[in-house]
Design a binder for this molecule. Structure first.
Ligand SMILES: [Zn+2]
Length: 188
């Protein structure tokens, strides 16, 4: 359960790996971003999609009420990826770039990040194998800090500001690393 910041940066990393061509100069990079922003935004949104279950908790005055259940399972990720991929194929466009593997990676990255987040409020972890098992899975070496998210007011707490800073410190270097690897430094 990292914040949307961490999920978004992870989605951006996957999108950049898939779509950003090698570039030589900074202005080339800038024009690539202008050309790719819709695709990258799509990647960012998709990496956040499983957390839509928070939305239903608002009506129960407990954001966690439905969290980490159905939309945080491997089966849901598989079904969603297949549905979006099939839609892309039916429309006869976007199907080649929107590979099934990328969809799985984007949605799956969410579960992976949640699995790697310190969790102190039961149920601890993610119900990955539902409906085959009700067990909650949680990494023993979780390193993303836990958010305060019991109520709407909690979201704007100092604890969450610190959390966003730590998450950015963990994920932003990976964004920079991808940009570094895509930079073609050879003399032409
Ligand atoms: Zn989540």
């Amino acid at each position: 359960m990292p914040s949307p910041i961490a999920h978004s940066l992870i989605g951006l990393i996957l999108g950049l790996i898939r779509f950003l061509p090698r570039y030589r100069r900074r202005d080339e990079l800038a024009s690539q971003f202008r050309a790719l922003w819709r695709l990258l935004l799509f990647c960012v949104l998709l990496a956040n999609v499983p957390d839509l279950d928070y939305f239903f908790g608002i009506f129960r005055d407990n954001l966690n009420y439905y969290h980490q259940t159905v939309t945080h399972t491997l089966v849901w990720v598989g079904v969603m990826a297949l549905a979006i991929w099939a839609y892309g194929r039916l429309r006869k466009r976007r199907a080649s770039w929107l590979s099934f593997g990328l969809l799985l990676a984007l949605l799956g990255s969410h579960l992976l990040a949640d699995w790697l987040t310190v969790d102190r409020s039961p149920p601890i972890g993610v119900m990955l194998a539902w409906p085959f098992s009700d067990r909650f899975y949680h990494a023993a070496f979780a390193f993303f800090p836990p958010p305060a998210k019991q109520t709407w007011a909690d979201l704007w707490s100092l604890q969450n500001l610190r959390l966003v800073l730590v998450e950015t410190a963990i994920t932003l270097p990976a964004v920079i690393a991808v940009l570094w690897f895509k930079h073609d430094r050879a003399k032409h």
